[in-house]
Design a binder for this molecule. Structure first.
Ligand code: MN
Length: 245
C-alpha cells in the first residue's frame, strides 16, 4: 500500500458540500491506509486565522476538517500541511488541533526512497507579477498582524471582497501567465540538486519530464478538487502515480 499520499487545492468551503464529503471519505478510506499524508496547500478556500477553531462564531466546517484530520493522526498517519495562497494563515493552533506538522515552502522530504522537493506552486508562477506583489504583502508580518486584529466577521468580509476582485483579475489574465514558469521550475530543482518535484496550485494535474543540467527530472502536478473531481498522488517504492477518488 502507498507510503505517502499527496493532495492540494481542495478549496474546502461550506458552499461546496460535495467536495467536503469526498475529502472526508478520502481521509477515512485511502488516507487511513497510508503512512503519511501531505497536504500541499489550499486545503481551505480561505483561512482567516486559527481562532476560527475556538471562537463561538467560528466556521463549523473548519472544526469538522480539524477533527477528521485529528482522527487520522490518531490512527498513526503522519500529516504534514503546507500553506497555499489561500490558507497561509494556518498556524500552530491548527497543527495542535490536528496533529499535523507545518511544512515550509519549499520543503525537502524523502519519499519512497527519493529526496523530493515539495512546493505549493504559486512561487513558481513568476510571470504573474501582480500576484507575486500581493504575495509579498500578504506574507508580511505587518499585513498579517493588522488582518488578525480584526474580528472574525470583519475578516470574512475582507476576504470575500478580495476574492470577488481576484476573480475579475484572474478571469482577465492569459492562461499561460497562470501556469508555472519553466525557468523557475529548473531553478528550484537546480538549487536543491533534486530530480523530483511535487506541487499543486495550477490545477493542471500531470507528470512532466524535463532535463536539468543533464539530469532527468520529473515534475508532478496535483489535481484540484473542484466540480466533482478529486484526486491525489500516491508515492511508494514502486514510484509515483496520480489517482482519482
Ligand atoms: Mn493555490
Amino acid at each position: 500500500m502507498p507510503g505517502a499520499l499527496f493532495v492540494s487545492d481542495l478549496h474546502l468551503a461550506a458552499e461546496r458540500p460535495g467536495t467536503n464529503e469526498r475529502f472526508f471519505g478520502f481521509l477515512q478510506d485511502q488516507a487511513s491506509r497510508a503512512e503519511r499524508l501531505y497536504i500541499l496547500g489550499d486545503l481551505f478556500e480561505y483561512w482567516i486565522g486559527d481562532d476560527e477553531l475556538q471562537a463561538a462564531d467560528g466556521d463549523p466546517l473548519a472544526r469538522a476538517v480539524a477533527d477528521a484530520l485529528h482522527a487520522l493522526s490518531r490512527l498513526g498517519v503522519g500529516i504534514a500541511v503546507m500553506h497555499g495562497n489561500r490558507d497561509f494563515l494556518l498556524g500552530e493552533r491548527f497543527c495542535a488541533a490536528t496533529g499535523a506538522r507545518l511544512l515550509e515552502d519549499p520543503a525537502v522530504e524523502k519519499i519512497g526512497g527519493v529526496r523530493t522537493l515539495l512546493m505549493h506552486g504559486d512561487t513558481l508562477c513568476t510571470d504573474d507579477l501582480d500576484y507575486q506583489a500581493w504575495r509579498r504583502t500578504a506574507r508580511s508580518r505587518a499585513w498579517q498582524a493588522e488582518f488578525l486584529a480584526k474580528s472574525l466577521p470583519e475578516r470574512r468580509r475582507t476576504v470575500q471582497a478580495m476574492r470577488a476582485k481576484s476573480r475579475e483579475v484572474v478571469g482577465a489574465k492569459p492562461a499561460e501567465i497562470m501556469d508555472v514558469n519553466d525557468g523557475a521550475v529548473r531553478e528550484a530543482l537546480r538549487t536543491h540538486r533534486l530530480t523530483r518535484l511535487v506541487h499543486g496550485h495550477t490545477h493542471r494535474p500531470a507528470r512532466h519530464a524535463l532535463e536539468v543540467d543533464g539530469r532527468p527530472c520529473e515534475r508532478w502536478v496535483l489535481p484540484d478538487w473542484y466540480d466533482g473531481r478529486g484526486g491525489y498522488l500516491a508515492v511508494d517504492d514502486a514510484g509515483p502515480r496520480l489517482l482519482a477518488c
